[in-house]
Design a protein around this ligand. Structure first.
Ligand code: NAD
Length: 479
């Protein structure tokens, strides 16, 4: 399979282009060959999206935008298994997890379709200001124009839809640059939108690397907004280079989970096995630091190790596989080095720690400290640390001792403590009696500190993809 960029509905994959291969992360077979976009393609894509915004999209009625999104959801439901298999092959995500991603993606499309009809403004009480009598103030929400959407490999479909679907709901056009590691589901998605009746030029696809295509997209002066999900270093460079554009950044984290002695420990252990190891920990809200109150620390650790060792590791295409490969060998080797670095500084590998090619066995570490990368930085691998604490204050201080702040989990039966701790945690979201890794697609989602700027979750992304327009009227009093 060879795929190229799609601009104004037409695929570009003539021979004189650089190419790149997408390899199956488990068996290294070639899944697709990419005809990479050039800078001229980027300029064409942005120009075309800019024109399409003015000629078509900004005047498309809300009911049409809602219909297209609903049709896209219906089509994705019909093609769900094909999309799930694509994600297994390009990302190495175990099939059951890939299917869950498709289910969530369908919901994102449905939420967007529903909300496209409810983008409302407000009427301002102008007479609240002295001298404001006999005036009327209206605030409308208008689309921005061209949205540049840059996405990561780990939820290649759902995180792309978290940008594309709200952008369409709000009446924008999009230049979409998916991760070069996982562009096949992106390509199929653009084809699916064509089938759903989205006019050509509303969603232009650029297949290329971050350096060659992502970077000039960020600086292009006809792009009105960049919405990015990915790593902190890239997010930082986007923030520095985007100029006057609006920017949404959904970045990484080293998510904390706090388990108090009164918690339902069994439930916490069971959920945290998933929370730390689902998709080999390559999830931005993966449970990375688990703080357990001393009275239950030993029993928690024992049960956690037992359940982790029972996980099925192997071929992501098999139904029973719970842990598949990491995205590539370099990432697995990098994670293994971080384990070795921590062990050299005194950390204990309680289980796992074995790397073979792209597979890293689920790893639990103890006796860790804040000078180790596995604590201080985002591990983005199947590695979790379990750390004892005595008092609530101590646990909150540990959790907040991070450059990141995306989501946290708190397990306790004491509602007062739960609310107190939730308020004190420096994260964009807190789950009580649920793991940090849980996310729904309809709540505000995003980070504080270096985990990001802005929020997604369809309603909130739509807000960020529109701007306010004030219209004031001076009324004739009739006197
Ligand atoms: P990445 O930052 O390497 O790449 C993300 C995207 O940015 C890719 O499309 C890439 O081509 C592009 N890119 C790279 N350099 C660029 C540049 N200079 N200018 C513009 N674009 C550029 O991230 P990844 O490895 O694909 O994904 C993993 C990261 O994403 C992790 O840090 C993870 O925490 C984060 N993430 C965050 C969320 C969230 O919602 N907060 C969700 C998923 C993943």
């Amino acid at each position: 399979m060879q795929i190229g960029s799609i601009i104004n509905g037409i695929e570009r994959k003539e021979d004189n282009r650089d190419t790149m291969e997408v390899l199956h992360p488990y068996n290294q077979e070639t899944v697709a060959q990419l005809a990479l976009a050039k800078e001229t393609d980027l300029n064409d894509a942005v120009d075309n999206s800019f024109e399409t915004f003015h000629s078509t999209m900004k005047s498309m009625p809300a009911h049409e935008r809602a219909d297209i999104l609903r049709k896209a959801a219906d089509l994705l439901e019909e093609q769900a298994e094909d999309f799930a298999q694509t994600i297994v092959q390009e990302a190495g995500k175990p099939i059951t997890f890939s299917r869950s991603e498709i289910k969530r993606s369908i919901q994102v499309l449905r939420f967007s379709s529903e909300l496209a009809k409810h983008i409302t403004g407000e009427v301002i009480p102008m007479d609240a200001a002295i001298g404001g009598e006999n005036r009327m103030g209206i605030v409308k929400r208008k689309p921005l124009g061209v949205v540049g959407a840059i996405t990561p490999f780990n939820f290649p479909l759902n995180l792309s839809l978290h940008k594309i679907a709200p952008a369409i709901a709000a009446g924008n056009t999009i230049v979409f640059k998916p991760a070069e590691k996982t562009p096949i589901s992106a390509y199929k998605l653009v084809r699916l939108f064509q089938e759903a009746g989205l006019p050509d030029g509303v969603l232009n696809l650029l297949i290329g690397t971050g350096k060659e295509i992502g970077s000039p997209l960020v600086t292009h002066n006809k792009v009105h907004k960049i919405t990015f999900t990915g790593s902190l270093p890239v997010g930082r460079s986007i923030q520095e280079n985007a100029g006057f554009k609006k920017v949404t950044l959904e970045l990484g984290s080293n998510s904390p989970n706090l388990i108090f002695a009164d918690a339902d420990m069994k439930a916490a252990v069971k959920e945290l096995v998933k929370g730390a190891f689902a998709f080999s920990g390559q999830v931005c809200i993966s449970a990375q630091r688990i703080y357990v109150q001393k009275p239950i620390y030993e029993s928690f650790l024992k049960e956690y190790i037992k359940q982790t060792e029972a996980l099925n590791t192997g071929d992501p295409e098999k139904e029973e596989t719970e842990i598949g490969p990491m995205i590539n060998k370099e990432e697995a080797e990098r994670a293994k080095l971080w384990i070795d670095d921590a062990a050299a500084k005194g950390a204990v590998v309680e289980t796992g720690g074995d790397q073979n090619g792209t597979i890293l066995t689920p790893t639990i570490m103890t006796n860790v400290d804040e000078n180790m990368k596995i604590i201080a930085e985002e591990v983005f691998a199947p590695i979790v640390s379990v750390i004892p604490f005595e008092k609530e204050d101590e646990a909150v201080a540990y959790a907040n001792n991070s450059n990141y702040g995306l989501q946290a989990g708190v397990f306790t039966k004491d509602i007062d403590r739960a609310m107190r701790v939730a308020d004190r945690l420096e994260t964009g979201g807190v789950w009580i009696n649920e793991i940090s890794t849980y996310r729904q697609d309809n709540h505000p989602y995003g980070g504080v500190k270096q985990s990001g700027i802005g929020r997604e979750g369809v309603k909130y992304a739509i807000e960020d993809m529109t701007e306010m327009k004030f219209i004031g009227i001076k009324l004739n009093t009739g006197e």
